[in-house]
Design a protein around this ligand. Structure first.
Ligand SMILES: Cc1ncc(COP(=O)(O)O)c(C=O)c1O
Length: 305
């Protein structure tokens, strides 16, 4: 435990706040910022490979989409944000970097829920080294549980808004940590599968891939979107349809997708092994297809590939 704390403290990390560059210790934001007071902000997590931002345009588009669903106006252009991301990355100097872009509704003149009192946005960009996934995830997969915490209803805080209010996911991952597993998969009000605390979920049954539809109440993951296209391009059928917990546990293969963790095989749910209890062939095939895509989008374009 102490070791984890030490690594986090010593980690190289750069913060860009509204165009000013800070180190971890110096980076501060007002306690009157609505992001702090109410989670009234939107954010994205993107990354680089080989020094090149990966699918940054897709992340910016989703940032704008999240903001529009909250009626949060962004006073920056996408080009300005790209410029500030690049400045932070240049300062960091890591080939494989994690990029968090946060836009808050701004600081308050008076303490009030009413957003009309908000001043202009605060833009915070945090970049740090992106550690690779542990090898064991590819050899053995990860264990998960079904969360008791339900996914927020789409008619409440829509999970498709990537906002600073992530308490629903925090509650789910706390359940997972309590059980000593990687993550917890949340169900919706109908009892169907939605997603993990920070990644989309998929299952393979026979030759078909299935992932819950947006109507289940999920974040439309950018990795999910790309993998749907890539799978179809490789003649793998993908169905976006509701999945019951029983169907998931009885699938041949299960895996998560996300920007930072790519494709993570899941081999146990609530103590039941999935398929043969090892990462399956379809998952392995998709990992290869996705790695090739990353290579094409980044390494190949840098002139080093
Ligand atoms: C709740 C949730 N679902 C899914 C994802 C995966 O999205 P992406 O593939 O865009 O990283 C994330 C990560 O941002 C997430 O937080």
């Amino acid at each position: 435990m102490n070791e984890i704390k030490k690594v986090e403290k010593d980690e190289k990390l750069i913060v860009n706040i509204c165009g000013e560059i800070f180190n971890r210790k110096e980076a501060k934001i007002s306690v009157f910022d609505r992001g702090f007071l109410y989670g009234d902000s939107v954010y994205e997590v993107a990354r680089t490979y080989n020094g090149i931002p990966f699918l940054l345009q897709e992340h910016l588009d989703r940032l704008w989409h999240s903001a529009s669903l909250l009626n949060l106006s962004i006073n920056y252009t996408q080009d300005e944000i790209v410029h500030q991301v690049n400045r932070a990355l240049a300062e960091l100097g890591e080939e494989n970097a994690y990029i968090r872009i946060i836009i808050t509704r701004g600081e308050e003149g008076i303490l009030s829920l009413d957003p009309t009192f908000a001043k202009s946005n605060n833009l915070v960009i945090i970049v740090k080294d992106q550690t690779p996934n542990p090898k064991s995830w590819y050899q053995d997969g990860v264990k998960v549980i079904l969360a008791k915490t339900q996914r927020t209803n789409r008619m409440a805080v829509d999970p498709n808004i990537k906002s600073g209010n992530y308490l629903n996911s925090v509650l789910a991952i706390m359940e997972a940590r309590k059980e000593g597993v990687y993550d917890a998969i949340m169900l919706n009000v109908l009892g169907n599968i939605t997603e993990g605390s920070h990644s989309n979920i998929w299952m393979a049954k026979g030759k078909n891939l299935v992932t819950p539809p947006l109507t289940a109440g999920i974040l439309e993951g950018i990795t999910r979107k790309m993998l749907i296209q890539l799978a179809k391009g490789n003649n793998i059928q993908v169905d976006q349809k509701d999945i019951t917990p029983n169907e998931l546990i009885n699938a041949d293969e299960v895996f998560f997708t996300s920007t930072t963790r790519e494709i993570v095989p899941v081999t146990q749910i609530d103590n039941s092994p999935i398929g043969l209890g090892q990462p399956g062939n379809m998952t392995k095939e998709l990992i290869k297809i996705y790695s090739k895509f990353i290579h094409q989008q980044t390494v190949d374009q840098s002139g080093n590939g």
